[in-house]
Design a protein around this ligand. Structure first.
Ligand code: GUN
Ligand code: FE
Length: 428
């Protein structure tokens, strides 16, 4: 059936040079990798005799699996918590929920629900926050390994401005993270992400320890939050009066470089975007969360400005985010872009959800696109998953319109099948 992927960055090099749309494609896979991709008529004769073929038909769309660059698995049980903005939301809902992860049985139950829900939505790679408990990362990695997922995660570092029972220390943050790195980083498809929650909940000493650990293990990722709300930015000014900006706090402790993924970044200044560009660090755009908490509108066009483009990925940010559906997350990304007076085309949006997000994690040579040699993580979308979508698709004039209709109206019902490392991991 039809397939869509990207060979490069359409924001930088244009859609014509980067978008690959095959009206009738074959994606061939072996031993977890893609071996062939192209028009069915050209690829079919090249396949080894006895190759098993699965035809999804002309109303399907084969894409690289979706990549979620910012998500909190322990917040799965608290999606849709009413009535507060970020800092109150953390106190009222998040910390009480994360306290429950002292219990390993509960942690495993939530982990399984989280991973199943991700696969049901075509998400095959995520960059995941755990809780402060080291076992929360162990359990997530165990379950992800059993599914063969490429996934990055880390235990949260948090040693102040949080309930006693959710605090670690600078020393235990270092020791626990180091043990997790040694056990999991680079094991199969798993990657460790050093995870200071944000500078409001880490002491100077703990941020310094995170920086030291990352220097010692530079091919790990580092993830944290930045400039999500105005109140948080004001609090950072009080907490770190000696630093010139929010990003400068992280930069000072060695936390701004390649393989850093900063969540949100709505309220970053031009100097901070310039520094992110120089450092080759990334921003995770989390539109459903930004609307839900009333945090603001991230301006992606400003972030990727051609003279100093910053890597931008897409994040569900569950549980401040309101949907595991990447299609629904793109719907909200479109609306954020509209409010900034810069429409986001569907093709650019699908890039953001796949190769763009892989690039934000510096994984674009492994996942996020369909090409020989890439890891075989795929999602098959049903382009007619509801009566309304089917009715509307009949009016679509071209492929660009079909894609747009899918991203505005589609959700988990549009995910027909998900493949992880060449194996079926979910089927509707
Ligand atoms: N900032 C610090 N912690 C969090 C979190 O758990 N969710 C969101 N959305 N922002 C945060
Ligand atoms: Fe978050």
């Amino acid at each position: 059936g039809p397939a869509l992927t990207f060979s490069g960055d359409p924001f930088r090099d244009g859609l014509d040079r980067t978008m690959v749309h095959e009206p009738d494609a074959i994606v061939a896979m072996q031993d977890g990798h893609i071996t062939h991709f192209g028009p069915a008529a050209r690829i079919a004769p090249l396949l080894p005799p006895g190759t098993e073929i699965r035809d999804f038909g002309k109303d399907a769309l084969i894409s690289a699996g979706f990549v979620d660059t910012h998500v909190h698995f322990p917040q799965t049980p608290m999606i849709a918590s009413f009535g507060t903005q970020l800092l109150d939301w953390l106190e009222r809902y998040t910390f009480p929920t994360e306290l429950k992860f002292a219990d390993r049985t509960y942690t495993r139950q939530v982990t399984r629900r989280f991973l199943q829900e991700s696969l049901r939505n075509g998400i095959t790679t995520s960059c995941v926050y755990c809780t402060v408990h080291a076992h929360s990362a162990d359990i997530l990695f165990e379950e992800a390994e059993a599914l063969g997922l490429r996934l990055a995660a880390g235990k949260v570092l948090m040693d102040c401005n949080a309930p006693e029972a959710l605090r670690d220390t600078a020393q235990s943050a270092y020791d626990d993270s180091l043990a997790l790195i040694r056990k999991w980083h680079g094991r199969g498809r798993l990657l460790y992400a050093i995870t200071p929650r944000f500078a409001c909940t880490s002491s100077r000493e703990q941020l310094a320890v995170a920086g030291a650990l990352w220097r010692e293990h530079p091919d790990c990722l580092m993830q944290t939050h930045i400039a999500e709300t105005e109140a948080e930015v004001a609090w950072i000014k009080e907490l770190f009066p000696e630093r010139s900006s929010y990003l400068d706090v992280y930069d000072h402790y060695g936390l701004c470089r390649k393989r850093a993924v900063f969540g949100h970044g709505i309220w970053l200044g031009d100097d901070e975007l310039q520094r992110l560009h120089e450092a080759d660090a990334a921003i995770a755009h989390c539109p459903t969360s930004n609307f839900f908490l009333g945090s603001g509108m991230f301006d992606i066009t400003r972030a990727i400005r051609a003279d100093r483009p910053v890597r931008v990925g897409l994040g569900t940010d569950i549980g401040a985010g309101t949907s595991f559906s990447i299609l629904q997350t793109l719907n909200e990304a479109y609306k954020a872009a509209q409010l900034n007076r810069h429409p986001l085309s569907a093709a650019h949006a699908y890039y953001l959800a796949t190769r763009g997000s892989a690039a934000a994690m510096h994984l674009e040579d492994k996942v996020g696109s369909i090409a020989p040699g890439m890891e075989a993580d795929l999602v098959v979308l049903d382009m007619r998953s509801t009566p309304l979508i089917a009715f509307r698709m009949d009016e679509a004039r071209d492929f660009a319109e079909q894609l747009f209709i899918q991203m505005i109206l589609g959700d988990d019902r549009a995910v027909q099948a998900t493949y992880v490392a060449g194996r079926p991991a979910y089927a509707r």
